[in-house]
Write a protein that binds this ligand. Structure first.
Ligand SMILES: Cc1cc2nc3c(=O)[nH]c(=O)nc-3n(C[C@H](O)[C@H](O)[C@H](O)COP(=O)(O)OP(=O)(O)OC[C@H]3O[C@@H](n4cnc5c(N)ncnc54)[C@H](O)[C@@H]3O)c2cc1C
Length: 477
């Protein structure tokens, strides 16, 4: 059956970024929105994730602007370090479901079609099809189409491994780890990113001896120390101090390795093995206690990506190693963060809004900010200046590019009075919360703020030179 629907904004996706975008649209406009998603519930990839997943940044910095996620508890788990809570996947899905049921739908301005697939050119032609009945509808969009699928989040349960798995080899996605029904002689975790870390920690936490674990790390990662990224008044000095440390490192460094080592010395970046220089940075956070637990795993394989796993051998890019029988391979090789080439996308592109990252790390804050700009500005050039793309990082070089792009955006935000005042009220935005607390006049807080302001200036001064040095060394290598 073919029907026709009409809406102001057609939002493709009902994942976290779509929810953050629509939440701000509801507050800042009177527009009607149609949200379409293949999943049965809001929350996107959080519906597909493993049972023991948690955010790796405090819940306070995640979610939508109108409603806090979590209750400000501290994490007193074995390796949580007493830091602020990290929502579980189940909590996140439930939070978005409540948001849909209690705020979006009762507003009368959101029409939500789960289990529907969007097909169209994301510009003029729009059609949606029910995954259950096959019925299609065309959609007439009065204002804009909003693409909230750009993250293309890849998780092991939806993205099979790219390496060959030979007959008789037991290789499971991370999601199936909780279904293991008998012990294995060895647990081999494939992947050195956040999901690989989660798999190792979960196995250790559940009593698997470090000697029974083998960890295949294609590329070592730099990690952020989670203790430096905390809400709460008691953490103000450390949080601003951490930003100052990062800016001081940018301000003083003359090459990428120099920058990374400065960040490590300042306690901003951590690595698994101090003798291995990481080549990846994916913005994963870790506690010192988690790092210590991971360092108990001695059987770490650093021979590049896995090419094939056979019953008796594992072939990797830079060699092969013997496999043991009765091993369980846990695939954590999907890249959660997509690679989007810098400069390839604009947030505002004619009658389309691309929900991109416009700040360092914070996708949901970015989505809310883009919605604010869509609601209050008309000039597309100015809108794109306020919402320059900050590419999600994959490498140390991306860490630097990310800060360069984010600092550029921040400079633009200051010049727009409406946006500045919205930012000051936006609880997803770290800095205003910090600044408000600083107005108490405490000398220690004012001193750290002063240091932060000076470091930021030094960073801005040195950034062009450092970016050029990094570009030159990339070209010559
Ligand atoms: C394990 C893990 C942990 C993470 N932890 C954090 C964290 O701590 N902090 C943080 O900021 N980020 C974290 N992230 C990043 C995370 O991806 C984002 O926070 C966010 O959830 C991305 O949401 P999204 O809506 O952009 O994408 P998705 O969750 O991928 O949602 C996109 C939605 O679009 C739908 N869709 C796509 N194409 C179509 C179509 N043609 N028709 C209909 N529907 C379509 C999909 O079904 C999906 O539901 C984590 C990611 C992973 C994998």
């Amino acid at each position: 059956m073919n029907t026709s629907l009409a809406t102001d904004y057609l939002v493709i996706g009902a994942g976290a970024t779509a929810m953050a975008f629509v939440d701000t649209m509801l507050d800042e406009s009177d527009a009607h929105v149609l949200m379409v998603d293949r999943h049965a519930q809001p929350g996107g990839h959080w519906n597909d994730t493993y049972a023991f997943v948690r955010l790796h940044q405090p819940s306070a910095f995640y979610g939508v602007n109108s409603r806090a996620l979590g209750s400000g508890r501290k994490d007193d788990s074995e390796w949580g370090g007493g830091l602020y809570e990290l929502a579980s996947g189940a909590e996140i899905v439930s939070y978005f479901d409540q948001l849909m049921q209690q705020r979006f739908l009762p507003s009368g301005r959101v029409h939500y079609l789960p289990m529907h697939s969007y097909e169209g050119d994301r510009s003029e032609r729009h059609s949606i099809t029910s995954l259950l009945t096959g019925d299609s509808s065309t959609v007439q969009v009065r204002k804009k189409v909003v693409d909230a699928t750009i993250a293309q989040t890849a998780v092991p349960s939806t993205h099979p491994p790219r390496y060959r798995v030979g007959p008789g080899v037991c290789c499971i996605p991370l999601n199936d780890l909780v279904n293991v029904a008998h012990p294995y002689a060895r647990y081999v975790v494939v992947g050195g990113g956040k999901t690989g870390i989660d798999a190792c920690l979960w196995l250790l936490h559940n009593g698997v001896a470090p000697a029974t674990l083998q960890w295949i790390i294609p590329n070592d990662c730099w990690f952020l120390d989670r203790a430096n990224i905390q809400p709460g008044q008691e953490n103000l000095l450390r949080t601003i101090g951490s930003l100052a440390n990062q800016f001081e490192a940018i301000g003083a460094a003359d090459s990428l390795p120099d920058l990374m080592l400065r960040l490590e010395r300042a306690g901003e970046l951590l690595r698994l093995d101090p003798s291995v220089m990481p080549s990846a940075f994916r913005a994963a956070t870790i506690t010192q206690a988690e790092l210590n637990a991971l360092r108990r795993i001695e059987n770490v394989v650093r021979l590049g990506r896995v090419c094939a796993i056979e019953a008796d051998r594992i072939a990797l890019e830079r060699g092969s190693i013997a496999a043991v029988s009765n091993a369980l391979y846990v695939d954590c090789s999907a890249s959660a963060v997509p690679f989007i080439p810098h400069g390839s996308l604009k947030a505002f592109d004619g009658n389309r809004v691309n929900v991109l990252t416009v700040s360092s790390y914070q996708l949901l804050f970015s989505a809310a900010l883009i919605a604010y700009v869509e609601c209050h500005l008309d000039d597309q050039v100015q809108m794109n200046q306020l919402c320059g793309f900050v590419p999600p990082p994959h490498s140390p070089q991306d860490w630097l590019n990310m800060w360069a792009a984010y600092l550029d955006n921040q400079r633009q935000w200051k010049h727009h009075a409406g946006l500045s005042s919205w930012l000051a009220r936006c609880h997803l935005h770290l800095l205003p919360t910090v600044m408000q607390a600083l107005q108490e006049g405490d000398p220690a807080k004012l001193a750290v703020l002063n240091r932060f302001a000076q470091a930021r200036k030094q960073a801005l001064d040195n950034l062009p030179r450092l970016l050029q040095a990094v570009a030159d060394s990339t070209q010559s290598s």
